[in-house]
Design a protein around this ligand. Structure first.
Ligand code: 3UK
Length: 529
């Protein structure tokens, strides 16, 4: 096979995607479009202007050369704290083409989180958008390691000058499909985030299996993702999927809200929209308040939801008010994108759907034996896009990557017809607005408040049947429970961590349910069925 090419056998058997022995994936996603005549097609649209495939390919080369000229070498990590903008694309692909490993991370974190990631990843470079400069500087000041750092936004930065003076030609660094390519950090119930190491091949697999196989994506599609690029979900929706298909991505650095999404859909006419359940619920509320109580989005052919389970009520409400079908699908950072999904011609509201072709799903009991239809158990997945290990973390790797099966940590049930339905996490982790919340982290913050003796945080259903954190709090002797104190505790958490994590409700109790060994039994506090 010719270097840097992929051959796909449309029969869809797991082994049917084959990679050339010499394979740098940047060529498939970027340079291939020039050979295939798409240089003038639009790759990216933003409110500031468009970027063609030709311009993107040139920026990728200049960026790869600029990074190399800074001494960032093969296999070195580059932490990316970058907002959704065209520079995200040139950095990510420029790095990969130059043999550097990009590590895009959540742009909403605090300095101490970045400090941890700088030290854990042993990165050679931190690339960041101007808005995050103060946080990045604080993180660098506190970190043990001293990587280089570079601000990547704007025309008049030193990095922009470096890119302009760099060559517009770049040979792809030698690599193979099985080599480490990029990392994504994923959070867990205990301990620090874990860097999931993905291979060169993994993005290709998700594009062929899910974007083309399930969504039927083509060059004609225009993709708009409310989930940002630093989430694996957004990275696929708004970058790898459209780039693989030669389609168009819409990017915005604005915070997603009903107004923001409706305005961008009107302006850029996407064909595919990717959201999360909480945002669909907020959009529905906004539509209910409009005069017509409904709205047509004529450009859209499908909507996608992931990150947490989409309640059947939200699915039905959206269909009623927009006429559109939301395809719920479950994905994970470890598998990179969606592996069980509904289809436009085969869906069941309230369920995650059936396995995406190329992925195998198995539900097992505590001893690892498959359960029968209708029984709950742990969901394991086998597919070709799975992360190979967590950086620096053999214990978590052993718990999650079991041979070629990945333990999702989710409890699922499969019905007789083959549909999979989410039943909850096997650990205490919550998904709130599609993002992780570790109860232990929120409890730890509450514990810092002088009035709090103990706290337990669990998921509690809101009016849309979506989980939000609720705190059960035991006060210290002499403290009095009141609505004011409850509000103070909510704000206390909100000020100290990401906004989606604060407890929407605080209930004062005299004691918490515990095991004989003193471990909090959070499951006893969850929303009663
Ligand atoms: C939960 C869902 C029920 C589930 C993701 C699409 O969410 C993504 O990745 P994360 O690593 O979280 C993975 C966990 O989130 N989950 C995700 N989607 C659903 N639960 N129904 C769903 N539809 O607990 C899973 O283990 O943040 C989603 C694509 C790529 C992704 N990384």
């Amino acid at each position: 096979m010719q270097a840097n090419t992929v051959s796909i056998d449309p029969t869809g058997s797991p082994a049917s995607i084959r990679f050339a022995p010499r394979f740098n994936v940047a060529v498939s996603f970027i340079d291939r479009h020039l050979e295939e005549g798409r240089a003038r097609n639009i790759a990216i649209r933003t409110v500031h202007g468009d970027v063609t495939y030709g311009q993107l390919a040139e920026q990728v080369n200049r960026c790869g050369n600029a990074l190399r000229s800074m001494g960032v070498g093969t296999g070195h990590r580059m932490l990316m704290i970058v907002k959704d903008c065209p520079e995200f694309f040139s950095l990510f692909w420029g790095a990969i083409k130059a043999g550097i490993v990009p590590v895009p991370v959540n742009t909403l974190l605090r300095a101490t989180d970045y400090q941890y990631m700088i030290d854990d990843s042993e990165c050679a470079l931190v690339a960041y958008s101007a808005e995050y400069a103060p946080t990045v500087e604080a993180a660098l000041a506190g970190a043990e390691r001293t990587p280089q750092s570079v601000c990547v936004a704007g025309e008049d930065t030193p990095f922009a000058a470096l890119m302009r003076s760099a060559s517009a030609a770049l040979e792809p660094a030698p690599a193979s499909a099985e080599d480490a390519c990029f990392w994504l950090y994923s959070s867990g119930s205990t301990g620090r985030p874990k860097g999931a190491v993905h291979r060169q091949r993994d993005m290709v697999v998700t594009c062929v299996r899910y974007a083309q196989g399930v969504l039927g994506m083509t060059e004609q599609d225009v993709c708009f993702s409310a989930a940002k690029l630093f989430f694996a979900y957004g990275l696929g929706n708004a970058m790898t999927f459209p780039l693989w298909c030669g389609a168009t991505a819409i990017l915005s650095d604005q915070r997603p809200s009903p107004d923001m999404t409706f305005a961008l859909i009107d302006r850029f006419r996407p064909t595919l929209y990717f959201g999360v359940p909480t945002l669909y619920a907020a959009q529905l509320l906004a539509l209910e308040q409009e005069k017509e109580h409904a709205r047509a989005f004529p450009s859209l052919r499908a909507c996608v939801s992931a990150g947490e389970a989409l309640p059947a009520e939200v699915f039905r409400g959206w269909k009623e008010r927009t006429g559109l079908t939301i395809l719920d699908g479950i994905g994970s950072t470890e598998l990179l994108h969606i592996f069980i999904s509904n289809r436009l011609d085969d869906y069941q509201p309230g369920a995650s759907g059936r396995p995406v072709p190329g992925y195998e799903a198995r539900i097992v009991d505590e001893s690892g034996n498959p359960v029968t239809a209708g029984e709950m158990g742990r969901l394991l997945i086998r597919g070709q896009s799975g992360a190979v290990y967590y950086w620096n973390n053999p214990e978590k790797t052993a718990q999650t990557m079991r041979g070629d099966w990945i333990n999702t940590g989710d409890t699922y049930v499969q019905d007789e017809a083959g549909y999979f339905t989410y039943c909850g996490r096997a650990d205490d982790m919550l998904k709130v607005s599609g993002q992780w919340v570790s109860p232990a982290e929120v409890e730890g913050i509450l514990f810092e408040h002088p009035a709090v003796l103990e706290a337990a945080v669990v998921g509690w259903e809101d009016a849309n049947r979506l989980l939000k954190p609720k705190a059960f709090v035991v006060l210290k002797a002499g403290q009095t429970a009141s609505a004011e104190l409850a509000q103070e505790l909510r704000l206390f958490v909100k000020d100290r961590t990401l906004p989606h994590k604060y407890p929407r409700w605080v209930e004062f109790v005299s004691e918490l349910p515990k095991t004989a060994t003193g471990k909090i039994q959070r499951y006893k506090l969850r929303t009663p069925e």
